[in-house]
Write a protein that binds this ligand. Structure first.
Ligand SMILES: Nc1ncnc2c1ncn2[C@@H]1O[C@H](COP(=O)(O)OP(=O)(O)O)[C@@H](O)[C@H]1O
Ligand SMILES: N[C@@H](CCC(=O)OP(=O)(O)O)C(=O)O
Length: 381
C-alpha cells in the first residue's frame, strides 16, 4: 500500500540475473543487489524478494554434470535452496537487515484459508522490517501443486502483499518486439497498457536451459498483477543501480501500467489463488451482462461446458469466439451444469432433483478479464 510515496515493492530476481550468465550463482551480483535493496529500504520502501537460483546454486555445490529432468532439478533445488538463503542472510546481515525464508507452492494460494495465513505472515514480516525471501518449494512441488515459474509466483506474492510495484529483473532490458537473442534488430517496448494476443505472440520462452518460462511467463505475471492494481516493470538486473533507476523511471525497461479500476478484496485472491479446472462457453448476451453490466452468470446464457469440476471450483468463462472473458467460482459441478444449460433457474429443481442457487457464478465470485477493445495495448515503442 502506498504511504506518502513509500512503496511496497516485490523484486523478482531471475536465475539469469543471479548467475550472470554462468552455470551457478554469481556472488558479486548478489552483493550488488543486496546493496540496492538496502538503498530502497533506506528511502522508506518495503522490499520483498522473490529469488530464483536454488537449482543454479545446487549445481554450484555438486560441481558435476547433472541433467535437467524434474527429479534432478528437485534434487538440485533441495541442495541449493539452503545455500541460497544462507547467502542472502549473510549479505543482508552486513547492513543489520534480517531476512526470512518463505517457500510456497500453488496449494498455499489455492485454498482461501491458507492464502490468508500466508498473507498474514507476510504482513507480519514487513511490520517487523524483515525482508521476505520467497521461492517456490521446488523440492516438494509436484506438477499438480506447482506454480511452475517464479514470474507468476512473484505476481501472486505482489497480490498477497498488496504491493505497489512488481519489478522483474532479468537479462534483457524488457519486452522486445522479438527475442533479442535471435533478433538483434528487435526494439524495446517501453510501455504497455494491457496485454493482448498480439503482444503475447512477441514473447518467447527462455533462451537458456537455466531460465524458466522466458518472456512468456513474465507477460502472464504482468497481466495478473496489473489487473490487481500493481505496476509492473521488467528491467535488466546487471545494469548499475537498476532498482533505484526503476523507481526514478530512468532505466531502460518495459512498464505495464496498473489498471484504473483494479480488482480488489476477495476477487484479488480469485486472480491468484485457485487453479481453473473447467471452461464455460457463453452467448454474447451473457458476456455483455457479466462484462459490462456487473451481472452474475446465469445458466440461460451458457452454451457449453468443458472439463470436470466440482461445486465451488474455479472455472473460466469464454465467449463463442474462444476469448477468455472472466473466471469465477461455480455453484454447480460440470455434470449438473450440463443438465441446465440454457435453462431458466425455475427449471433447476426439476432437472437437478434439488434446489440450487439462481446464479451459476455469482458476481461476487466473478472476475472479469476482458480488455477495452478501443485501447492500444502499447503506448510507446
Ligand atoms: N520478446 C522478447 N523480449 C525479450 N526477451 C525475450 C523475448 N522473447 C523471449 N525472450 C527471452 O526471455 C529470456 C529471459 O527469460 P528467462 O531466461 O526465463 O530469464 P529469468 O531467469 O530472468 O527469468 C531472455 O534472455 C530472452 O532470450
Ligand atoms: N525455483 C527455481 C526457479 C524457477 C524460475 O522461475 O526460474 P527463473 O525463470 O530463472 O526465474 C529455482 O530457485 O531454481
Amino acid at each position: 500500500m502506498t504511504k506518502n510515496n513509500k512503496q511496497t515493492i516485490v523484486i523478482k530476481l531471475g536465475t539469469s540475473v543471479l548467475t550472470a550468465g554462468s552455470q551457478t550463482l554469481n556472488k558479486p551480483r548478489l552483493v550488488e543487489l543486496v546493496r540496492q535493496c538496502v538503498t530502497l529500504r533506506q528511502a522508506g520502501h518495503q522490499v520483498i524478494v522473490v529469488s530464483s537460483g536454488a537449482v543454479a546454486a545446487g549445481r554450484g555445490v555438486l560441481q558435476q554434470p547433472i541433467g535437467h529432468s524434474l527429479a534432478e532439478k528437485q534434487m538440485l533445488a533441495a541442495i541449493g535452496q539452503g545455500q541460497l538463503i544462507h547467502l542472502w542472510q549473510s549479505l543482508f546481515s552486513i547492513y543489520d537487515v534480517n531476512v526470512a525464508q518463505m517457500l510456497l507452492t500453488r496449494a498455499d494460494l489455492e485454498h482461501r484459508e491458507r492464502y490468508l495465513t500466508a498473507r498474514d505472515m507476510l504482513t507480519k514480516l514487513l511490520e517487523h522490517h524483515v525482508v521476505p525471501i520467497i521461492n517456490e518449494n521446488d523440492a516438494v512441488a509436484t506438477s499438480e501443486i506447482k506454480v511452475g515459474d517464479n514470474d507468476n509466483l512473484s505476481a501472486y506474492v505482489a497480490i498477497l502483499a498488496n504491493a505497489d510495484k512488481l519489478v522483474l529483473l532479468t537479462d534483457q532490458h524488457g519486452l522486445f518486439t522479438a527475442d533479442p537473442r535471435a533478433n538483434p534488430d528487435a526494439q524495446l517496448i517501453e510501455q504497455v497498457t494491457h496485454i493482448n494476443d498480439e503482444l503475447r505472440a512477441l514473447a518467447g520462452g527462455s533462451g537458456t536451459q537455466l531460465g524458466t518460462g522466458g518472456m512468456a511467463t513474465k507477460l502472464q505475471a504482468a497481466d495478473i498483477a496489473q489487473r490487481a492494481g500493481v505496476d509492473v516493470v521488467i528491467a535488466k538486473g546487471s545494469e548499475y543501480d537498476i532498482l533505484p533507476q526503476v523507481l526514478n523511471q530512468t532505466a531502460p525497461s518495459t512498464t505495464f501500467l496498473k489498471f484504473d479500476a483494479p480488482v480488489g478484496g476477495r476477487k484479488r485472491w480469485l486472480l491468484s489463488g485457485p487453479k481453473s479446472t473447467g471452461r464455460i462457453i457463453c452467448d454474447s448476451g451473457a458476456i455483455k451482462a457479466i462484462c459490462h453490466q456487473g451481472a452474475s452468470l446465469l445458466a440461460k446464457g451458457i452454451i457449453a461446458v468443458e472439463g470436470q469440476f466440482q461445486r465451488g471450483e474455479l472455472v473460466q468463462v469464454f465467449c463463442q469466439k474462444g476469448k477468455l472473458k472472466a473466471q469465477g467460482l461455480t455453484s454447480l459441478d460440470n455434470q449438473e451444469l450440463s443438465l441446465v444449460l440454457g435453462c431458466h433457474s425455475s427449471e433447476f429443481a426439476q432437472r437437478l432433483g434439488c434446489e440450487s442457487a439462481e446464479e451459476i457464478i455469482h458476481r461476487d465470485n466473478l472476475v472479469v478479464l476482458n480488455q477495452p477493445d478501443h485501447q492500444d495495448a502499447i503506448n510507446t515503442i
